[in-house]
Design a protein around this ligand. Structure first.
Ligand SMILES: O=C(O)c1ccccc1N[C@@H]1O[C@H](COP(=O)(O)O)[C@@H](O)[C@H]1O
Length: 217
C-alpha cells in the first residue's frame, strides 16, 4: 500500500545516499544532469547508482534536466533507465510536449511559485505534462534554478485544484515537512538541500528522517 504522502529524494550522487533512500522507502530518487549543480552526476555515474541492489524498495529514477537539448537527453537515456523526466528550466509547454512525445517518458515540469500569477500557468502546461513540481522561485542572482533551500508560502496551494498529480518542493527539511504537507495539501514532496550535511553532500540519517516524517504526515 502506498503511504499518504510520497517522497522524492533529489540530487543523489553517492552510494550511501542511494542506499539510504531505498532503505527508507522513498518512491523516487532524482539524478541531476546539470553540470553547474554541486549534485550533478554523469549518466554513467547515475547508471551505476541505479544498478545497486539496495535494501528495501527500488525507487523510480528521475532525471533532472535544465533546458536540455535532445542530444543531451539521448545521451542520458543511452546509459540510465529513467521513469520520469523532471524539466527544471524555462521549457515552454511546447518543448515539454515535444520531449514527452520524442522520448516516450512521463514529464514533470517544475514551476516556481511566488503568487497567484504563477498558479495561472498550470492550466497552460497541463496538457503537455504528466506531473508538476511546485517549487520556490530561485533567489535573485542564484546560480541554480532550484536546489537553493528556499521555501515559498505553502498556503498559496491550500485547497487548490492542481490539474495534474504534483509534488511540493523548496526548502523542505525533516523538521518542516509535515507542516508543509498539511499547509499545502501536498500529495508528494521533493527534497535536496534539506537532507544534506554540506551543500551537495547527502546525509543518510537526514534522508531517513525526512522520508519517515513525510510518510507519517
Ligand atoms: O538540486 C539541484 O542542484 C538542482 C539544480 C537545478 C535545478 C533544480 C535542482 N534541484 C531541485 O530543486 C528543488 C528544491 O530543492 P531544495 O530542497 O530546496 O534544495 C528540488 O525539486 C530539487 O529537485
Amino acid at each position: 500500500m502506498l503511504p499518504a504522502t510520497q517522497v522524492k529524494i533529489c540530487g543523489i550522487n553517492d552510494a550511501g545516499a542511494y542506499d539510504a533512500a531505498c532503505y527508507a522507502g522513498a518512491e523516487w530518487v532524482g539524478f541531476v544532469f546539470y553540470p553547474p549543480s554541486p549534485r550533478a552526476v554523469s549518466p554513467e555515474q547515475a547508471a551505476a547508482l541505479a544498478a545497486r541492489g539496495g535494501t528495501g524498495r527500488r525507487p523510480v529514477n528521475v532525471g533532472l534536466l535544465v533546458d536540455a537539448d535532445d542530444a543531451m537527453i539521448e545521451a542520458v537515456l543511452a546509459e540510465v533507465s529513467l521513469g520520469l523526466l523532471q524539466l527544471h528550466g524555462m521549457e515552454s509547454p511546447e518543448r515539454c510536449a515535444a520531449i514527452r512525445r520524442r522520448f516516450g517518458l512521463p514529464v514533470m515540469k517544475a514551476l516556481g511559485i511566488g503568487g497567484e500569477e504563477d498558479l495561472a500557468r498550470l492550466a497552460e502546461y497541463a496538457p503537455a505534462v504528466d506531473r508538476f513540481l511546485l517549487d520556490a522561485k530561485p533567489p535573485r542572482g542564484a546560480a541554480l534554478p532550484g536546489g537553493n533551500a528556499v521555501s515559498f508560502d505553502w498556503s498559496l496551494l491550500a485547497g487548490r485544484e492542481i490539474p495534474r498529480p504534483w509534488m511540493l518542493a523548496g526548502g523542505l527539511t525533516p523538521v518542516n515537512v509535515a507542516a508543509a504537507i498539511r499547509a499545502a495539501g501536498a500529495p508528494a514532496v521533493d527534497v535536496s538541500s534539506g537532507v544534506e550535511r554540506v551543500r551537495g553532500v547527502k546525509d543518510p540519517v537526514l534522508i531517513a528522517a525526512f522520508v519517515a516524517a513525510a510518510h507519517a504526515a
